[in-house]
Design a binder for this molecule. Structure first.
Ligand SMILES: Nc1nc2c(ncn2[C@@H]2O[C@H](COP(=O)(O)OP(=O)(O)OP(=O)(O)O)[C@@H](O)[C@H]2O)c(=O)[nH]1
Ligand SMILES: [Mg+2]
Length: 361
């Protein structure tokens, strides 16, 4: 899974990227010109992993991963830039980092701090960019169809026309419902408004007390309830300080600020939920590992996330729910109690399933 961090200039994208991925890229108050995109990996924190590790004592413990792409700040009008669009093509979701911190030394291009306005401005940027792509494609398809009747073009035209009409009404494509084959047809265009959107408000230290109530404070309830949109609030500044502290000091510091968990856990969880992801575990003496899969993914496809051979040679899945396993105390005890189930390839994997795949190669 890959998430593109983007936003207007100097909102804290690279600061967040550093915190999420443990990188140490330079962050500057002033622009230093063109910056290459950076790719980094974040580990999804999950307390269940530690509990499984205590039970299985594995040599290796591996968390689920999310890839983040950090790119240069986007000025108004730049969402149409082919270079930008190329970078965004392969991301599964967009995290729009929005400035909510105040800092006299870093001027906001619009002259004031207004997260709602910035979220809407960016959405308009995306709508305009997609509108251009969609209208060009529809025009081309119509022309082609007039010349030669290609059945593929004829199937594509109504789907693209639906997109175009939605965009003209200022409706993002992510708000539309598509059949699986229609979705395949539009995937190649990498429409920006088709991607799930996570708005990440970057709050300053002074604003930290509002992290819990940011939606009402900035009047974002309506925005947050749009389809395939989620919002969360973090403070890059505070997270950077927390990263420097010992665990105990960090906990005390967070308590002082009224924060119940590191904001980054919140970003990662919000993106997991937004993308409709679940986690299943494989557990043994060698390794305990968390795997991200689409929610309610069939068992055979989940096996393919581990290795294509396991998917191809799938026989069955031995499944025990995480909570049942903990209650039993061991895999053997879970088996004795009949909690270890044998499931077929169509079984819908549930979040927290601990699975042992039986396969044939
Ligand atoms: N006061 C304050 N400053 C912040 C906060 N987050 C980031 N900054 C500062 O804002 C400046 C820009 O931060 P970056 O993380 O480089 O922002 P960016 O969005 O990646 O910037 P560009 O890539 O140049 O568009 C740096 O000086 C950061 O230290 C914050 O929460 N509070
Ligand atoms: Mg940056």
């Amino acid at each position: 899974m890959k998430i593109g961090l983007l936003g207007f200039p100097k909102v804290g994208k690279t600061s967040l990227f550093n915190i999420l991925t443990g990188s140490h890229l330079e962050v500057e108050k002033f622009s230093t010109g063109k910056v290459e995109p950076h790719l980094g990996v974040a580990k999804v924190p999950d307390p269940r992993l530690a509990a499984l590790a205590t039970m299985f004592k594995p040599r290796k413990l591996t968390a689920a991963q999310v890839d983040y792409l950090d790119i240069q700040g986007l000025a108004k009008g730049e969402a149409k830039d082919p270079l930008f669009l190329r970078e965004m093509r392969n991301v599964d979701a967009i995290a729009h980092v929005v400035r909510a911190f105040t800092d006299e030394e870093i001027p906001h291009p619009e002259g004031s701090i207004d997260p709602k306005r910035d979220l809407e401005t960016m959405e308009t940027e995306f709508l305009l960019s997609d509108l251009e792509v969609a209208s060009r494609r529809v025009e081309k398809l119509r022309l082609n169809i007039r010349k030669v009747k290609n059945p593929e073009d004829e199937k594509e035209l109504p789907v693209l026309t639906r997109c175009l009409e939605a965009l003209e009404r200022e409706t993002p494509i992510r708000a539309l419902e598509f059949a699986a084959d229609e979705e395949k047809r539009i995937r190649g265009f990498a429409f920006l408004t088709a991607k799930p959107l996570l708005g990440v408000l970057n709050m300053g230290e002074e604003e930290a007390a509002r992290i819990g109530s940011f939606k009402s404070h900035y009047a974002l309830e309506a925005f947050a309830s749009r389809p395939k949109v989620a919002l969360c609030a973090v403070s890059a500044k505070i997270e950077m300080e927390i990263a420097r502290l010992t665990t105990e000091d960090a906990e005390a510091f967070m308590q002082d600020l009224g924060l119940s968990e590191p904001c980054l856990d919140r970003i990662l969880r919000a993106s997991h939920e937004l993308l409709g992801l679940s986690v299943f575990f494989t557990a043994g003496e060698d390794e305990v590992k968390a795997w991200s899969i689409p929610r309610l993914c069939p068992a055979q496809r989940a096996a393919g996330v581990i290795h294509s051979d396991i998917e191809r040679g799938f026989i069955r899945a031995e499944v025990v729910a995480y909570r049942k396993l903990m209650e039993a105390g061991s895999l053997a005890a879970a088996r004795d109690r009949g909690w270890l189930r044998q499931e077929g390839k169509e079984y819908r994997v549930a979040d927290g399933d601990v699975i042992n795949f039986k396969f044939n190669v």
